[in-house]
Ligand binder design. Structure first.
Ligand SMILES: [Zn+2]
Length: 407
């Protein structure tokens, strides 16, 4: 029999085992301490037990120490399936942690007990990120059980702490180990469109800034005695609109196709109407196309700010709250091509590589220079009440992954 058919048949026949694994994973909540949980340890233990029972032999753990959880560990797991080539390595990264269910009354079912209805599995975590996790496990299991050797060496990576910053997950691994080769390729099945047509290959850089304008407080009836920090801050805000012209490059990979520079939060200044504020604080959210250097944006922001400082006689403190620079994965990367072909074969659609607004976990890998695609076929019920996984999608995604491993 054709190897493809062999793998596809295995995955289709095992769909009830996939649902079973979803049941197990959903029944053990893995919530980070920031969200009031005990971490991923118990869920990881159960997963490790299941994987060993299935015959996965090459399993390594890279636990991050964390005293805030009872186990004092945030587990990270690597499962290796040797391929024909040792040099070519194909990773699939999924995350163990979930977000809390939120308002219980909004759920029609128990969040930690899976319910199968109308071709969907309901429960917290079933889509985010267990659909991708279970799909990747069964794609690998198909090779193991059918005695087929994948072309690249396949590595499944299960990480902690995706939902609360990745410091104990992928960032911990990147900072403390060198388990990734420079030509390794990554699939992160943790984002996508309901028709499976979106392949995320890039994201905008994120820049969050805080501006504290210092003027001189005084009575509102005697404005000539003070310096109005609110007025100066407001002038800066309006002048920042000029950033759209200065950094006006566009790239159709993204929606919107241009960089954005958006003043957002405003802190309260004086509590009463008859005082001129001597302090004023506002914030800004910038999403910058990868072809623009974030430092160039900062330079222009400082230039504008200095102009207003001189004009209004204020002092402005600028603090960087967050700065994540982004490196895209090339559109013509063999990884992107292979995924496009696999999606076409399984789902009969033309997928499109695109860029997103920023803040996904793929960025940590891309920024280290690794070719990384974020893809899955999902309804995007992540973080919502009544989160579900479409069983057909889990099976289809597993086939796409199997093709990537075969290629
Ligand atoms: Zn996720």
């Amino acid at each position: 029999m054709d190897k493809r058919m062999q793998l596809f048949n295995f995955i289709e026949e095992k769909f009830d085992h996939m649902i079973e694994l979803q049941n197990i994973l959903t029944s053990i909540p893995a919530i980070g301490p920031e969200n009031g949980g005990e971490g991923e340890f118990k869920k990881a233990q159960e997963l490790l037990k299941w994987l060993r029972e299935q015959g996965f032999l090459n399993i390594e753990t890279f636990d991050a120490p964390d005293d805030r959880v009872p186990s004092a560990k945030r587990p990270n797991i690597v499962v290796t399936i040797p391929g024909k080539s040792e040099e070519r390595v194909f990773w699939i990264m999924t995350h163990l942690d979930i977000v809390p269910p939120g308002e219980k009354s909004l759920w029609d079912t128990e969040p930690y007990t899976t319910v199968v209805k109308d071709g969907k599995i309901y429960g917290r975590g079933t889509e985010d990120n267990q659909q991708g996790m279970v799909a990747s496990i069964f794609a690998a299991l198909a090779f193991l059980k059918e005695g087929i050797t994948p072309a690249p060496t396949v590595k499944l990576l299960f990480v902690s702490d995706e939902e609360t910053g990745s410091n104990y997950g992928i960032k911990y691994i990147l900072n403390n180990y060198s388990i990734f080769g420079k030509n390794d390729k990554f699939l992160v099945p943790d984002g996508g469109f309901p028709d499976g047509s979106m392949i995320e290959i890039a994201e905008k850089s994120i820049l969050w800034l805080k501006f504290n304008t210092h003027g001189k407080q005084c009575h509102a009836a005697r404005p000539e005695l003070g310096i109005n920090a609110f007025v100066a801050g407001s002038e800066i805000v309006t002048r920042f609109a000029k950033l759209y012209e200065k950094f006006g490059i566009s790239n159709s990979l993204f929606t919107p196709p241009y960089s954005t520079f958006t003043p957002t939060r405003k802190e309260e200044n004086v509590p009463n109407i008859n005082t001129i504020p001597g302090e004023d604080v506002f914030y800004m959210d910038c999403r910058v196309l990868p072809s623009i250097k974030v430092d160039d944006v900062l330079k222009e922001i400082d230039r504008i700010t200095e102009e207003i400082e001189k004009k209004q006689g204020v002092k402005v403190e600028r603090k960087t709250v967050q700065k994540v620079e982004s490196l895209p994965t090339p559109r013509d990367s063999p990884l992107v091509k292979a995924l496009e072909n696999a999606i076409k074969e399984v789902y009969q659609i033309e997928a499109k590589p695109i860029g997103v607004g920023g803040g996904t976990v793929g960025a940590y890998l891309r920024n280290e220079g690794f070719h990384t695609v974020v893809w899955s076929k999902i309804d995007d019920t992540a973080h919502m009440p009544n989160e579900y996984c479409v069983i057909e999608n889990m099976i289809g995604d597993s086939k796409v992954m199997a093709l990537m491993m075969l290629g």
